[in-house]
Design a protein around this ligand. Structure first.
Ligand code: FMN
Length: 385
């Protein structure tokens, strides 16, 4: 019965996904999709990761109207009061993105977006305007929209440039207007390709010390978005451990191809991320709350991130595919992606959760299957602040 309903909903929502689909899912399937992102309660676990799809207010409003739970603004490069940016090489202007098919090492077909640009390339004042708009949208309650920064990262024998941390954090906190300021700190894949990141001790120092540098300036709820370093899985786990002072970890940003000089994703990215998260889980060590990112292109992959402890996921590539790739026939790409992720009759989140029920992975509580119980279905030892 319920499977037939899912088939019917999948068909009928091809034309238009209702914005309040989480209510529909709760009412008709008794599945509670509610989730969390950086301390915010959200109606379902899917948001948009920082990037070229969150550069202006129109994009944020479209995300809200399409029903995304959260969106992270493009990463701005920190600056001091005089406008100096030690990471200025990251503020590259590059408009062309290329959406390409990519076959993984395990021979699975996927997609990646190739782009040579890096951080926000307009003025800091313009970014602050976008942060004010994000704060307004967030207080409106229909979407959570948070800023993202890349701050100065020193060599081992250098000090952190406090002036950049101070000026940027103060300005963002002021633009946000209420406390605490929710913030992602990006350790980007382009950084993994930089000579700065060859030194393991250097990376671990950044992860250990950056949270205190930011919090010294203003009350911040902080997510560190960890890169996939060009070292082995064991080092990836050491990074997670070193980042223990953050409130949340976004795990893990895209892979770096030294041959092509570009970051990439696809199934190699989700395979690596899920493998490392599996290893993290089996250690049962304490770590901050987790937000998954990387090739979330089906409900099944979303659920794998969730079962490995991720409270929510942030996507980029799935919002950029050619229209012919989505089963939906109209609506924005965000709506079409949500339709695919939640309602696909075999690969979607609803189908997957019903399978988990049958397999005894999660029980119904008060008659409901709850998305948030998935992360707890493996004994995670997460710290809540
Ligand atoms: C063109 C492009 C630009 C991006 N820019 C940023 C960025 O400025 N800051 C950041 O934290 N992540 C950035 N990302 C990473 C995405 O937010 C996301 O975490 C990553 O692409 C993995 O998700 P996906 O496989 O769904 O694309 C970018 C990704 C792409 C494809």
């Amino acid at each position: 019965m319920v499977r037939e309903q899912l088939e019917r909903d999948f068909e009928r929502f091809r034309r238009q996904l209702p914005r309040d689909f989480p209510d529909h899912v709760r009412e008709h399937y008794r599945i509670d999709l509610s989730a969390r992102y950086l301390g915010f309660s959200i109606p379902h676990p899917v948001g948009k990761g920082s990037g070229q799809l969150s550069l202006n207010q129109d994009q944020l409003e479209s995300d809200r109207d399409s029903g995304l739970a959260f969106v992270v603004l493009k990463t701005v490069i920190a600056q001091d009061a005089a406008g100096e940016q030690s990471m200025g090489a990251w503020a590259i202007h590059e408009t062309r993105m290329k959406v390409e098919r990519l076959r993984s090492a395990a021979e699975t077909e996927g997609w990646t977006v190739t782009w040579k640009g890096r951080g926000w390339d307009r003025s800091f004042d313009e970014y602050l305007g976008l942060v004010r708009a994000a704060a307004d949208l967030t207080s409106g309650g229909a979407i959570v929209a948070v800023p993202s920064v890349k701050y100065h990262l020193p060599r081992l024998d250098e000090a952190f440039r406090e002036a950049e941390y101070r000026h940027t954090t103060e300005a963002l906190a002021h633009a946000w207007g209420t406390t605490p300021l929710p913030l992602e700190k990006d350790f980007s894949p382009t950084l993994a390709g930089d000579r700065l990141a060859e030194e393991q001790a250097q990376i671990l120092r950044w992860l250990r010390e950056v949270p205190a540098r930011i919090r010294a300036v203003a009350p911040v709820r902080l997510a560190l978005k960890l890169m996939n370093a060009r070292h082995d899985d064991e080092f990836q786990l050491r990074m997670t451990e070193a980042a223990g002072e953050a409130d949340a970890l976004v795990v893990f940003n895209r892979l770096w191809s030294p041959e092509r000089g570009v970051a990439y994703g696809g199934h190699d990215l989700s395979d690596r991320n899920l493998r490392v998260l599996g290893a993290l889980r089996s250690r049962s060590a304490e770590h901050p709350l987790l937000v998954g990112t990387g090739n979330v292109c089906s409900g099944r992959i979303l659920l794998e991130y969730a079962r490995l402890g991720c409270e929510s996921v942030q996507l980029h590539t799935l919002f950029q595919l050619p229209l012919s790739e989505y089963p939906a026939t109209s609506g924005t790409r965000q709506q079409r992606a949500l339709h695919l992720l939640f309602f696909h009759p075999t690969e979607g989140v609803i189908a997957g959760m019903l399978d988990f029920e049958t397999a005894g992975v999660i029980p119904r509580v008060g008659g409901e299957l709850r998305f948030r119980d998935l992360a707890g279905s493996h004994q995670m030892h997460q710290r809540t602040r």
